[in-house]
Design a protein around this ligand. Structure first.
Ligand code: 3PG
Length: 206
């Protein structure tokens, strides 16, 4: 497994962040760090993604910042230029995976079925995002997929929260869980960074 993914594995949780305004990026990163979670996946679902990644990586150079919901190679370039050290996508887009692997940029594409996992393997990947996790069969499905694909590890995301986090993390083929339950867009919009810190800390205590 790549060094960045090993760091993600040590941390165990990847908060999936949607930032409407880059001005919230640094206070959010501070709350995550203070909650014990020096990692974030900033999604390209908003126009603020690139500037948010840049602001966080400048303020906290040691924080592990990735870009999520990456759908184009142009977004890969923007993310990496801004300071992202890994790329996440909801599905498996071969042209994006190829672009990243050729440039040695760690990428975790979404895969929830055998065919996508085999495409990921053909690119030399050993970790995929299992998304949307709960809707795609959850832990049972991951266990079923882990049977034949012995070298594959999973980062489930989608429908994970403080109630089911531990059951996922207890399965050894799971590198980390992604989720937005401690960084919901509503909390960010309302500037409730204390609550984000508390929820983060609670998640990290599991
Ligand atoms: C994602 O894109 O990874 C999801 O939106 C995160 O899922 P969640 O909001 O159910 O945690």
């Amino acid at each position: 497994m790549n060094e960045i993914l090993k760091k993600i594995q040590k941390i165990g949780i990847v908060p999936v962040v949607v930032l409407e305004s880059a001005k919230d990026a640094v206070p959010l990163a501070k709350a995550l760090i203070e909650g014990g979670l020096p990692c974030a996946e900033v999604t390209f679902r908003t126009a603020a993604a690139r500037d948010s990644i840049k602001a966080i990586s400048e303020a906290y150079p040691d924080m592990l910042i990735g870009a999520g919901t990456v759908l184009t190679t142009d977004q890969v370039d923007q993310a990496v230029e801004a300071g992202a050290s890994f790329i996440v996508s909801p599905g498996l887009n071969p042209s994006i995976v190829k672009y990243c692997t050729e440039k040695d940029i760690p990428i975790v594409p979404g895969a929830t079925n055998p065919s996508d996992i085999e495409v990921a393997i053909s690119f030399g990947l050993d970790v995929v995002k299992f998304f949307p996790a709960e809707a795609s069969g959850g832990l049972n499905m991951i266990k079923a997929l882990a049977g034949p694909y012995v070298g594959m590890k999973f980062m489930p995301t989608g429908g994970i929260n403080e109630n089911n986090l531990k059951s996922y993390l207890d399965f050894p083929k799971i590198v980390a869980c992604g989720g937005s339950w401690m960084v919901s867009p509503e909390l960010i919009k309302m500037g409730k960074f204390d609550e984000i810190r508390t929820l983060t800390n609670k998640a990290m205590m599991q």
